[in-house]
Ligand binder design. Structure first.
Ligand code: GRF
Length: 211
């Protein structure tokens, strides 16, 4: 199967980006990572890219006079990279409608809650505040709404009595590091089909016995 080209957008720490780099290195994802795009020149994700030999594209939000100008620059970097898939892994901005439309079906996001519950910022804090007993993470395709696109993979964790935002976030993050590479692998194996609000996961290719 020909390798897919994937690119990652991240704004900060980049632990999910690292999980992707590691999964590719273990040959678990049939893809090459062709770039890290960041809006933040101080993002730790940049160091991870440098270590992994991955090109970095900084589109520094602070240098643009408007959101439109920033998005225009971002969009041209994305088009130039011509990746099959762009993964929002801790990318802390909402993408404008133009980009979402241009890259429909090729934008994936990870969110630290079981969507459609607790979209938006501070999802783990929202979950603790609500008093839910189970939370988790969701990988989904991006649509025009906030954390509202078709769900690809979800996993749950227990919310313990003594949890605070930090301990719950750490437990969810472990799951994120498993779910995101899994969703990317399925995409790269051409096994995801968007069907309205649903994502159908097609069976893996069966190796013929005579091979
Ligand atoms: C993760 O919790 C992700 O779900 C959310 O932002 C956080 C990014 O963490 N969107 P990292 O930068 O991948 O370590």
């Amino acid at each position: 199967m020909p390798q897919k080209r994937i690119a990652v957008l991240a704004s900060g720490r980049g632990s999910n980006f690292q999980a992707i780099i590691d999964a590719i290195a273990r040959n678990e994802i049939p893809a090459t990572c062709c770039g890290l795009i960041t809006d933040n020149p101080d993002a730790y994700a940049i160091e991870r890219a440098d270590k992994g030999g991955i090109s970095v594209y900084i589109v520094n939000y602070a240098e643009y006079s408007s959101k439109e100008a920033y998005e225009k620059a971002l969009s041209s970097v994305m088009k130039e990279l011509s990746a099959d898939l762009f993964i929002l892994a801790g990318y802390m901005r909402i993408l404008g409608g133009g980009i979402v439309k241009d890259f429909h079906g090729r934008l994936m996001n990870i969110h630290p809650a079981l969507l459609p519950g607790f979209p938006g910022l501070h999802a783990q804090r929202q979950a603790i505040g609500y008093g839910v007993k189970i939370s988790g993470c969701t990988v989904h395709f991006v649509d025009e709404g906030m954390d509202s696109g078709p769900v690809i993979v979800q996993a749950c964790v227990r919310v313990e009595e003594e949890d605070d935002e930090e301990t719950l976030s750490a437990r969810i993050l472990e799951m994120e590091h498993r779910c995101l590479p899994e969703a990317i692998r399925l995409f790269c194996e051409d096994r995801l089909m968007i069907d309205g609000k649903r994502v159908r996961i097609l069976p893996g290719s069966v190796v013929s016995p005579e091979l």
